[in-house]
Design a protein around this ligand. Structure first.
Ligand SMILES: Cc1cc2nc3c(=O)[nH]c(=O)nc-3n(C[C@H](O)[C@H](O)[C@H](O)COP(=O)(O)OP(=O)(O)OC[C@H]3O[C@@H](n4cnc5c(N)ncnc54)[C@H](O)[C@@H]3O)c2cc1C
Length: 414
């Protein structure tokens, strides 16, 4: 049965970008609906349990972590920090990040949306859209065994995968090679208390096992989620050795391999590393994390050159303070850095769809090349682009001039 409803602004996806977009769009009296395919909010932060927020702080060797983000991103980070009982960590390269509790992330998303009166539909997916003269008129949504047709003024695609552009049969930005997927899981009962030492012991044992042909070569793709070792509990992240292709069955194959890999690695650690002798798997994140999806072409395409040269833009809406971080199948993480104590900016053109005038994008869905999105996908930047896209959608729906909303955003976020 089809039900017709009106909402001024429709947000697709309830991850960090979608929640920020919904908060921004609903702050000025517009009716906002957020659709989320999962039964909970948070996106990769809660479904893949990635564990730390990057891109919130200045890229600097100064050991004090100084916010590079302002406005909603900073407010969200402060609330999360307090609720998680955590504090920022940094490494020798000058990278600063905030460990968080997964439950706290989800709770805070729920609280913000309830506070702002956003209508949230969980277990809801986009089925179809209608467009006339380059403007989205309706979005039909499968929800609770029914089909709701939303009449909309503006749409923000925060799905991480350009679901709106695909429903519109628009061409999207595809990569020839996607970053490797990863599965996070937890072990309880670990006896080593020093995280760096645990990492070294674990890696030594796994490499010895690989050399002795006892375990497959990809078993060296095991990482500790930084800041997670506490009271005998540690979160581990496994790089899944199945390339992301988005072909039919690929996501299922990644998930199947992830389960096998979790079991294999934990068995090996329990048998061969004294610190894991009495440990057990205590939790497995609901989904294997796929880092990059297909993006929508905007009126500007952010490039690696922009990122590495710390380019600034007259229509900037976000500060980017994270290097290009590449996780390929055959090697451990590779970073391309820009100058210390500097940052690049994300222009509004990356958030405005080129072909549809009332479609905006945010988060890991913005208009960016493969290398640029490898930086701009981190959550500190997703929170900023989400909030900005929500404001831009509000401006479109309420007839506010673009320059006015950009000025507001620049004062608030930069
Ligand atoms: C393994 C891994 C490790 C990472 N580590 C870090 C890290 O340490 N620090 C950091 O800052 N970032 C990290 N990232 C990146 C970061 O987590 C993501 O890029 C970021 O969370 C993306 O936020 P988003 O809101 O753009 O998208 P997502 O979080 O992916 O949210 C998109 C939401 O849209 C929903 N959705 C999708 N399709 C539909 C549909 N058709 N209808 C309705 N809803 C839909 C999804 O269910 C999802 O909830 C990591 C990512 C991965 C995968």
């Amino acid at each position: 049965m089809n039900e017709i409803k009106h909402t001024d602004i429709l947000i697709v996806g309830g991850g960090s970008a979608g929640v920020a977009a919904a908060v921004a769009a609903s702050s000025r009296g517009q009716h906002v609906t957020l659709l989320e395919r999962n039964s909970f909010l948070g996106g990769k932060a809660t479904a893949a349990e990635v564990g730390t927020i990057c891109g919130l702080y200045e890229y600097s060797r100064n050991p004090a972590s100084t916010y590079i983000v302002k406005g909603f991103a900073r407010e969200f980070a402060e609330r999360l920090k307090e609720r998680s009982g955590s504090c920022p960590l940094n490494n020798n390269e000058g990278l600063h990040y905030l460990p968080y509790q997964v439950e706290a992330f989800g709770e805070i998303c729920n609280e913000y949306l309830a506070q702002k009166g956003v209508t949230v539909l969980l277990n809801a997916t986009v089925e179809n859209i209608t467009i006339r003269s380059g403007i989205i008129e309706t979005v039909s949504v499968a929800y609770d065994n029914s089909n709701i047709i939303f009449q909309v003024k503006a749409v923000v695609d925060c799905s991480g995968d350009s679901v709106i552009s695909k429903a519109a049969n628009m061409s999207v930005i595809k990569d020839t090679q996607y970053q490797a997927a990863a599965q996070v899981f937890s072990m309880q009962g670990v006896t080593e208390e020093n995280e760096a030492r645990l990492g070294m012991i674990m890696m030594k044992a796994l490499r010895a096992g690989i050399e002795a042909n006892e375990i497959p070569a990809y078993y060296d793709r095991v990482y500790i989620v930084q800041g997670s070792l506490k009271n005998g509990h540690v979160n581990l992240k496994l790089g899944i050795p199945v390339p992301v292709t988005y072909e039919k069955g690929n996501v299922e194959e990644i998930q199947r391999m992830a389960s096998e890999f979790v079991q294999g690695v934990s068995d090996y650690l329990i048998q061969h590393v004294a610190a894991y002798k009495n440990a057990v798997i205590s939790h497995i994140a609901p989904e294997a994390g796929i880092r990059i999806g297909e993006r929508t072409m905007g009126t500007y395409l952010l490039t690696e050159d922009d990122v590495l040269n710390c380019r600034k833009f007259p229509d900037a809406i976000a500060n980017g303070s994270w290097p290009v971080e590449i996780w390929e199948q055959d090697r451990r993480v590779k970073m391309h850095y820009f100058a210390l104590d500097n940052c690049y900016q994300v222009p509004a053109g990356c958030l405005q769809a080129a072909a549809i005038s009332n479609l905006y994008m945010a988060g890991r869905n913005i208009s960016a090349t493969r290398m640029a999105i490898a930086s701009a996908r981190v959550m500190g930047i997703c929170l900023q682009t989400g909030f900005a896209a929500g404001c831009m959608a509000f401006a479109k729906a309420a007839g506010v001039p673009r320059e006015d909303i950009l000025e507001y955003l620049q004062n608030l976020q930069l």
